[in-house]
Design a protein around this ligand. Sequence first.
Ligand SMILES: [Zn+2]
Length: 153
Amino acid sequence: MTTYTAQALLEEFWDMKVPIKPEYFAEKLGLSVVKKDLGYRSGYLDEGKKTIFVNEKEIPERQRFTIAHELGHHCLGHGSAERNTVFPSGAMSYDPVKEAAANRFAADLIMPAIAIKALIEKVGIKDPVRLRQVLGVSSQALNLRLAKLGYFL
Ligand SMILES: [Zn+2]
């Protein structure tokens, strides 16, 4: 299968607008996004149904990150294994390397370095709350991203 980096997806499909809508990229790759009550889960990817399921009970910022995260699993070729599930046997399939990779993909996709740089340095947004609203992300996600990019607002 074809694997995509977040950068490649942005270059191919991004309309340069924020907040970035990860469901738009999912659609371009032939995936549906279905919002429903998933209980304790934020979301999961079903490759068989070509669908990303996202928990509609969580805040929109969290849902956006979840869609981008599950899209990351798809684009990185991780498949639709029950990655975060503890099975009755006690075995746990959580793969920290794949989860970290999907989180990196999500951050790269919905908070592109070029967009953050432009918003801070060209548009002049110095208020992290405003920046968070413009990007449609949680403060936790934004703070991690800003630190990684070397911005301290
Ligand atoms: Zn995951």
